[in-house]
Design a protein around this ligand. Structure first.
Ligand code: ADP
Ligand code: UVW
Ligand code: MG
Length: 407
């Protein structure tokens, strides 16, 4: 009998599922894909076979009602490539779970009790944990015999000191309701900070890195010697940087004001700040490509949205520089961080006194490889380091179920 060496990774977002099937013998990808606009009439599944040189990308559109239906559609695509979920070569299914609270500091094999705890955390990750739960439950019905591993976004941040994790509010109230900074995107911050050390030819223990994860959701973290010491997201993924649809930092009194003066309910304010704010609230678009296109056409609202986004980013770079004291690298990652050269240039502009600079030619290079974009004379490296949450989740899941890092 062959030992199973494959891991299916599911990254369920509020309206999408990204997935990858990996073989841990060599960390190779056998297939990957995405289901988006789940719950709408125009759901879309894009599946790319990758084994043996890869095959044609397949695309399907049509209504996919929920995450359970999405996963079943994914299972069919995999089966069509001879990679079905019934394969004896599958060792585990790894799931990204956004909120793990204080309890989950490590990858965890899911059982009923773990499911109940993830469910209890829904109020503090309302966009994410319900989708994660549905993904896990569906995977369990498809392969009840297989370990389902939850890898938590919050886990990497549990090393933060109390001084960074606690809000300055009444201690009893905070403790009773478990109100504190948890931080998210931890799998990405962990992976990228390690890869940045590797890019510098150093061990993670030797370097201090500011990681800027700029996707649709966005967060910054300060990583000292491989351990997170501060991060910009808080109790929920709403705090911190300006995001695609989320406000990031605002005066908390804005919420009382909206309730008392504008007559909005808590749910309405939640939707406003999580879904109708950030870049989309500022200029109607949440995609940085579209915003750059509008700026090139002279659109002032888009230009202001860009400036607000970059201003917040620059503030966090300064703040985490101060928190760390000494910085070896600033690493840009995720959709915006990896692709939007103007964001990187603008966020670093004017920070020469801090030893930070971006070389315009290096910054304009397009590549999937980790690379340094600061000039050789700069004291601090500025880097673009593509994140790979799926590989990290697969490795952690495989290590947990087999006790081995690689097959
Ligand atoms: N070529 C590009 N130039 C500028 N921004 C881009 C580019 N490609 C992707 N993005 C940005 O990346 C975002 C998605 O990032 P991603 O990390 O995939 O997000 P998430 O995982 O949160 O869905 C898009 O909304 C868009 O703003
Ligand atoms: C936690 C979070 O914000 O995740 P995402 O960027 O996938 O929305
Ligand atoms: Mg992401």
């Amino acid at each position: 009998m062959t030992t199973p060496t494959r891991v299916l990774v599911l990254n369920s977002g509020s309206s999408s599922v990204k997935y990858q099937l990996l073989d841990m013998k060599d960390d190779s990808r056998l297939a990957q894909g995405l289901v988006e606009r789940i719950g709408e009439e125009t759901s879309r599944l894009v599946h790319t076979p990758l084994q043996g040189g890869g095959g044609e990308k397949r695309e399907k559109t049509g209504p996919i009602a929920d995450h359970a239906a999405a996963l079943k559609a994914v299972a069919e695509e995999l089966a069509a490539d001879g990679l079905g979920l019934d394969s004896p070569e599958l060792a585990a299914i790894g799931h990204r779970v956004v909120h793990g609270g204080l309890r989950f500091t490590e990858p965890t094999v899911v059982d009923d009790e773990v499911l109940a705890e993830i469910e209890r955390l829904v109020p503090v990750a309302p966009l994410h944990n319900p989708a994660n739960l549905l993904g896990i439950r569906t995977a369990m019905t498809l392969r009840p015999d297989l370990p389902q591993v939850a890898v938590f976004d919050t886990a990497f941040h549990t090393t933060m000191p109390e001084s960074a994790a606690r809000y300055a509010i009444d201690v009893e109230t905070a403790d009773k309701h478990r109100i504190r900074r948890y931080g998210f995107h931890g799998t990405s911050h962990a992976y990228v900070s390690r890869e940045t050390a590797r890019l510098l030819g150093k061990e993670p223990e030797e370097v201090n890195v500011i990681v800027l994860h700029l996707g649709n959701g966005a967060s910054a973290s300060a990583v000292r010697g491989g351990r997170c010491v501060d991060t910009s997201m808080g109790l929920t993924p709403l705090e911190g940087l300006v995001m695609g649809t989320r406000s990031g930092d605002i005066d908390p009194a804005v919420t009382f004001h909206l309730k008392r003066v504008a007559g909005m309910s808590a749910d309405e304010i939640d939707v406003l700040l999580n879904k109708k704010s950030g870049l989309v609230g500022l200029c109607g678009d949440n995609d940085m490509r579209e915003i750059r296109r509008r700026i090139d056409e002279g659109d002032e609202r888009a230009a202001l949205a860009f400036d607000i986004y970059v201003h917040r980013l620059k503030k966090y770079i300064g703040a985490y520089y101060a928190v760390l004291g000494r910085v070896d690298a600033v690493a840009f990652t995720a959709g915006v961080g990896e692709n939007a050269a103007p964001v990187r240039a603008a966020a670093i502009a004017g920070l020469e006194e801090l030893g930070l600079a971006v070389d315009a030619d290096l910054n304009s290079v397009r590549s999937d490889e980790a690379r340094i974009i600061s000039p050789v004379y700069a004291r601090v490296a500025v880097a673009v380091v593509p994140t790979d949450e799926e590989l990290e989740i697969a490795q952690q899941s495989y290590a947990l179920v087999t006790g081995k890092v690689n097959a």
